[in-house]
Design a protein around this ligand. Structure first.
Ligand code: KG4
Ligand code: ZN
Length: 347
């Protein structure tokens, strides 16, 4: 049940348009979600096998304003009740980000409310906090989505240190690209997750990129993607039949094994009390299961948390939650805020 809103509560509107989800949310005190609306454009992009930036921007333009109105309505609030307007200003697609940034600036100007610029990547770290889990620190957080694969060490104060990241494709990108080659549809992650359950994960021994001691917490998935493509082309050339479920199951096994083993190695090295998963790929059933089983073999075993599906994938509640500490520190953006497609994680 939602608690009553009092005068000392901080109510922040979050806006998210970095890729193909248009989203608006209102979050109280960085913890309590009063509304969290996402309008996915997946069906529009599916026919092209991936996100078409121009279409994404146009859709954000027509969807965002009504979505913001609905998010306030659902929270039973008006602009007058809010304390700040927050927006994701990167990383992402520049045209898509600009729609959110321009809208947030116009709203801040019109209402006189402070504007808060949020790094989309850091915002993914807030998904587990919004679930209200009791997180013990230090924690290792694996952020895996369509655009990012990052392994982070997080301490009590929320300060995070980057331990490693992908050197090429992000984990979700590898899922999407493999699904595209296999003509499974878009987005590939959920489709592969489902189909993999019908296949044999040991059927094909696809490569795992461990990257040696120096890159022990980094990732690389483009070699795995190429190996799947080469495997498929070879079978086609030789006119041999193939078992689709075995291919996707073996691909998923290879990718998840690397994610799990590297996360566990980081948790051990830094004596993490908690392991957190976030980002769209954190929705993967095999990742959740494997991580849990592998962690249980460790002594002492870190506790595992991952957000509900809605908070794994892109949403604006995580943007508003990430804005809360910035609000308290009065780290406000000016009205000449721009979009930064290549924005890096602040560490
Ligand atoms: O976090 P997100 O919504 O957007 C980005 O910030 O990129 O993540 C989307 C990504 C897509 O690549 C999608 O294929 C992947 O998350 N994804 C999954 C699953 N559900 C979504 N990947 C693997 N298994 C899933 N069940
Ligand atoms: Zn994201």
């Amino acid at each position: 049940m939602k608690e009553k809103i009092t005068k000392s509560d901080v109510l922040i509107l979050g806006i998210e348009t970095s890729c193909d989800e248009t989203a608006a949310a209102v979050v109280k005190n960085g913890r309590e979600v009063l509304s969290n609306l996402v309008s996915s454009q997946v069906e529009l992009h599916a026919r092209y096998g991936g996100v078409v930036p121009e279409i994404a921007s146009r859709q954000h333009l027509s969807l965002l304003n009504p979505l913001i109105d609905d998010s306030l309505k659902e929270a039973n609030l008006s602009f007058n009740d809010l304390h700040a307007i927050s927006v994701s200003h990167g990383p992402g697609l520049v045209g898509a980000l600009l729609v959110g940034v321009a809208t947030a600036k116009a709203l801040a100007y019109a209402t006189g409310l402070p504007l808060i610029a949020v790094n989309h990547l850091s915002a993914h770290l807030y998904a587990n906090r919004l679930e209200g889990f009791e997180i013990n620190y230090p924690a290792v957080n694996l952020i895996v989505s369509g655009g990012h694969s990052e392994l982070l060490l997080v301490d009590q104060s929320g300060t995070h240190t980057s331990l490693g990241h992908t050197r090429d494709d992000a984990a979700g990108e590898a899922f999407d690209k493999v699904a595209r080659v296999l003509e499974l549809g878009y987005p590939g992650g959920p489709l592969i997750d489902k189909l993999a359950g019908e296949g044999n994960p040991k059927a094909i021994d696809f490569p795992r990129a461990w990257l040696g001691e120096e890159g022990r917490f980094d990732f690389s998935f483009s070699g795995l993607k190429t190996a799947v493509i080469n495997h498929l082309r070879k079978l086609e050339r030789e006119n041999k039949p193939y078992h689709l479920a075995d291919i996707v199951s073996s691909f998923q096994e290879a990718l998840i094994e690397v994610l799990v083993e590297k996360t566990i190695a980081a948790a051990k090295e830094y004596n993490a009390k908690t392991v957190l998963l976030s980002g769209g790929v954190a929705a993967n059933s095999h990742l959740r299961r494997e991580m849990k089983e592998r962690l249980a073999q460790e002594k002492p075993a870190a506790k595992l948390y991952y957000p509900s599906l809605k908070l794994c994938t892109d949403n604006a509640a995580m943007i508003a939650a990430a804005a809360y500490p910035l609000y308290l520190e009065e780290k406000f953006a000016s009205l000449d805020l721009n979009a930064y497609p290549g924005l890096k994680l602040e560490v």
